[in-house]
Design a protein around this ligand. Structure first.
Ligand SMILES: Cc1ncc(COP(=O)(O)O)c(C=O)c1O
Length: 401
């Protein structure tokens, strides 16, 4: 039925055919009374998708209907058109710069999130006579092992399961097999808030593969210690819908030797600069805006100490709470991105979450698998949010301690 038939109403209709009574264009001056953030925004402690920079969202908003005078949005552009190609190339280049990836490394933007990369690792790095070594430090490492096992045997070189996934190994803890096809680890376990806080030094010639979904771009990564770094974008890069994958020349060489369907092949993706099919253009464009935001402000050198400060506000408070709050990770592996802690009892945790929410602090509930509280503070999460949470925690402890 034609929704305009017989229409006498002249006011605009929205996509559902409802009358739009007022254009609700929010101004940045509409500061939140609770958080002081522009556009009445909350302190969003979500573990992912996580907080994005306001400047990035503003630019995306301004570009939404007509991208830089091209007469259409990025979502409506052909992925083969030169106007999209510029966006794509710039996003790849800027990620390469931020990660200091040499020219002979592949920098890919792929669909299927970090979870698909978990499956692509064993497929692309398969060596018939060898098996891979996996390091298990928590929920995501565990999950990747489960998936990889479906594709072939593997060796678990380290697991912190016995201590409740509260730590990462020291350099000589893992028991590597003699000649593994690759070594796989998760640089930051998002659920438990467990971070290696260093580049790996496995003293092995094997390829080193890292799931860096929740700490990529939060600190410097020395790429000479890695062969594959992959990450879902939705924490420290942009919206969901794309995963970034950096691959060393020697890992690419192995990947080139595999016979894989095109969408599973890193080699095919690299040859086509990630445009082997329609890429998630809008997500890649958003990542591009994010990279520009990070570079404009001073890059990793700028954000790393800020991230350290944000986490320390909370860890210091936890350490000085006399056991009112207890952190999950051991001190030397405390994540700067995901601060996971508990209070004494689920009832108290429920009250904590309810009261925090009333003060504009959202998504602080721990992962469904472990409970408790988790404050995720990726690069774009404002420092004021960390001090506000620390202040709230102190005051909450005084009332309930
Ligand atoms: C460390 C880690 N790896 C993998 C994933 C899965 O990512 P995706 O949802 O993009 O598949 C997550 C998501 O939270 C994660 O934190």
């Amino acid at each position: 039925m034609d929704r305009l038939a017989g229409r006498t109403e002249t006011r605009p209709l929205n996509l559902r055919g409802e009358i739009v009574y007022a254009q609700s264009v929010m101004m940045p001056t509409q500061e939140s009374a609770k958080t002081g953030l522009p556009y009445d925004r909350v302190f969003n402690f979500s573990a992912g998708p996580g907080t994005l920079p306001v400047e990035v969202l503003e630019e995306a908003r301004d570009d939404l209907l007509n991208y830089k005078g091209k007469g259409k949005s990025v979502m409506e552009m052909s992925h083969r058109a030169s106007e999209y190609n510029e966006i794509h190339e710039e996003s790849v280049d800027n990620l390469r710069k931020l990660m200091e990836a040499p020219d002979d490394w592949a920098v890919l933007f792929l669909q299927g999130g970090a979870s698909l990369q978990n499956a692509l690792v064993p497929l692309n790095l398969k060596k018939e006579e060898k098996i891979p070594d996996y390091l298990d430090t928590g929920f995501w490492g565990h999950k990747s092992i489960k998936d990889a096992k479906k594709l072939g045997p593997l060796h678990i070189a380290y697991s912190s399961e016995e201590t409740g996934f509260d730590r990462a190994p020291k350099n000589d803890d893992p028991q590597f097999s003699e000649d593994p096809s690759y070594i796989y680890f998760t640089s930051n376990e998002t659920v438990g808030g467990v971070d290696y806080l260093r580049d790996p030094d496995f003293e092995s010639d094997a390829l080193v593969v890292c799931d860096a979904s929740s700490n990529i771009l939060s600190r410097k990564f020395d790429l000479s210690r890695y062969d594959v770094i992959f990450a879902g974008a939705q924490k420290n890069q942009g919206p969901a819908g794309v995963a970034t994958v950096l691959i060393s020349p020697r890992a690419l060489h192995v990947a080139r030797g595999q016979e894989l369907p095109q969408m599973l092949s890193w080699s095919d993706a690299q040859k086509a600069n990630s445009i082997h099919n329609t890429p998630p253009c809008f997500s890649i464009y958003m990542c591009g805006l994010y990279y520009k935001w990070l570079m404009k402000n001073g890059g990793i050198e700028w954000i790393e100490p800020i991230n350290e400060r944000k986490a320390n506000y909370l860890y210091e408070l936890i350490d000085n709470s006399g056991g009112f709050y207890t952190g999950h990770a051991v001190v030397e592996n405390r994540s700067r991105m995901n601060v996971a802690f508990r209070l004494q009892g689920e009832e108290l945790e429920k009250t904590f979450l309810e009261e925090a929410e009333k003060q504009g602090m959202q998504t602080l509930k721990g992962h469904r698998s472990v409970g408790g509280i988790r404050a995720s503070m990726y690069n774009a999460f404002p420092e004021e949010g960390a001090t506000a949470l620390a202040g709230f925690m102190k005051e909450f402890m005084q009332r309930h301690g």
